[in-house]
Design a binder for this molecule. Structure first.
Ligand code: PNW
Length: 460
């Protein structure tokens, strides 16, 4: 018996991304990406960690697919490494790289796990960054060419396609705050990156849809619930600004073909004036929208104390272009090991808001999960009751959103495996499955068994 049954056909999955799991960074002709380069910048990544080996998924894909089948996952979200397929970003195809994904897809299908690839999860080929990276319009065209190439090779067996993952992170962590690769701190370039990521998405959808109109195409955006600290007008304005940069800057162009006027006004000093004709390309009809949800932002526009400034999660170089004065305020809610506040009501808020304010499109939670520093017990298992509580609370929020009429069709846990957590290196673990980074041994955590039960029962 389940008290929170999900609709028949609701999709249950887990997610990873190429640079975070594959390793084999210099094998079989893979070219370098901006993350290979960024990991070598002193101080950029905790402990100087790199994705050179990661969790060796490139060599252990068959074992990992068996693990997924054992958990009863009916779909697997992974990303395709652009520089593995096109080492120079364009032109010469590295067949060995493409073959890796062909094999992965075949193994997934044979195991009854539907492949859900993402074409861009942050590993831009280094040569394209050398040519200017995402601030350059050309990068959007190179992305569409790459997408069409991969879709041509796999589109007969893969139905659901995600273009870009979390364009906010690429644009503003990569090009404004510099916390992510390529580590640039150029606010105007960050805005153009956001635009070109969406343009690349639109061009890619156009190209792939022309190849196979029946496949399903979407993007994955990281959305936050946003609230003002108080009812003070400056706090309310801060919430409008952060909601604008984090959520509406992407949702409005993708789903309505317009940039939000207030956000354009907030960033006016940076000369960001995209062409109207691009918006028609960006706003390709979507078959699905992926929502990555982790937390809520509570913000204030009033000056804080020096101590508050020092404790800001976004300190030295703000990713909040045009709204650098905004303070991110801790509310006292419990946090995960990332320091991110746990707020499942925020997920319900994000989903119902999408349903209310935007044209209808089937929704998927393409990421949701909790990261911790954790060690296995003597028996090799991890008793991750906090992760189970996090996932359970968020799935109940999804259930409530569906009851409220939201067309939510599936859910992917971030992540299937412990892996390379970007600027945090191997310091934080998000996996349902523990990985011993010394031996690469995989041991399902309590949360993996719990999730397998949820899938088997079709709910909580
Ligand atoms: C997402 N932030 O990253 C990514 O899609 C995953 O690859 C990643 O492992 C996961 O969430 C957990 O971090 C984010 O600072 C990284 O706001 C940073 C932020 C948000 C998302």
């Amino acid at each position: 018996m389940t008290s929170y049954g999900f609709p028949a056909g609701f999709g249950w999955g887990a997610a990873t991304a190429a640079y975070q799991v594959e390793g084999a960074a210099a094998e079989d002709g893979r070219g370098p990406s901006i993350w290979d380069d960024f990991c070598r910048v002193p101080g950029a990544v905790l402990n100087g960690d790199t994705g050179d080996v990661a969790v060796d998924h490139y060599h252990r894909a068959a074992e990992d697919v068996a693990l997924m089948a054992g958990l009863g996952l009916d779909r697997y979200r992974f990303s395709i490494s652009w520089p593995r397929v096109l080492p120079e970003g364009a032109g010469r195809v590295n067949q060995a790289g493409l073959d890796f994904y062909r094999r992965l897809v075949d193994e997934l299908l044979a195991a009854g796990v539907e492949p859900w690839p993402t074409l861009y999860h942050w590993d831009l080929p280094s040569v394209l960054e050398d040519a200017g990276g995402w601030p350059e319009r050309e990068t959007a065209h190179r992305f569409a060419d790459y997408a069409a190439l991969v879709h041509e090779a796999l589109g007969d067996r893969v139905r659901h396609w995600t273009t870009v993952n979390e364009p906010w992170c690429t644009a503003f962590l990569g090009y404004a705050s510099g916390e992510h690769a390529p580590g640039r701190r150029e606010p105007a370039a960050a805005l153009w990156s956001a635009h070109h990521l969406m343009l690349g998405h639109g061009l890619a959808v156009e190209a792939m849809r022309a190849q196979r109109p029946d496949n399903r195409f979407g993007a994955a955006v990281n959305l936050y619930a946003v609230a003002p600290e108080t009812g003070h007008a400056d706090d309310v304005d801060a919430a409008r600004r952060v909601d604008g940069m984090q959520n509406r800057l992407f949702l409005d162009p993708l789903l309505t073909g317009r940039y939000p006027e207030d956000v354009l006004a907030d960033v006016a000093a940076h000369g960001f004036a995209p062409k109207d004709s691009d918006l028609a390309v960006i706003a390709q009809p979507l078959d699905q929208l992926g929502v990555n949800y982790y937390s809520r932002h509570t913000v204030s526009g009033r000056p804080g104390t020096a101590a508050q400034a020092a404790s800001s999660p976004f300190s030295a170089h703000s990713p909040w272009v045009g709204s650098e004065h905004v303070r991110f305020v801790p509310t006292g809610r419990p946090v995960t090991g990332m320091g991110w506040e746990i707020d499942e009501d925020g997920l319900h808020e994000v989903l119902t808001r999408l349903h209310r304010e935007y044209p209808a499109v089937p929704l998927y939670i393409t990421e949701n999960g909790a990261g911790y520093e954790e060690d296995p017990g003597g028996d090799g298992t991890v008793h991750d009751s906090e992760r189970i509580a996090y996932l359970e609370a968020h799935l109940k929020a999804c259930h409530r959103a569906i009851a409220d009429g939201v067309p939510l069709r599936g859910y992917f846990v971030w992540s299937l495996l412990d892996n390379f957590e970007w600027a945090w290196g191997y310091g934080k673990r998000f996996g349902l499955v523990h990985v011993d980074y010394g031996t690469q041994r995989r041991v399902p955590k309590d949360s993996a068994r719990w999730y397998a039960g949820v899938i088997e029962r079709g709910g909580l």
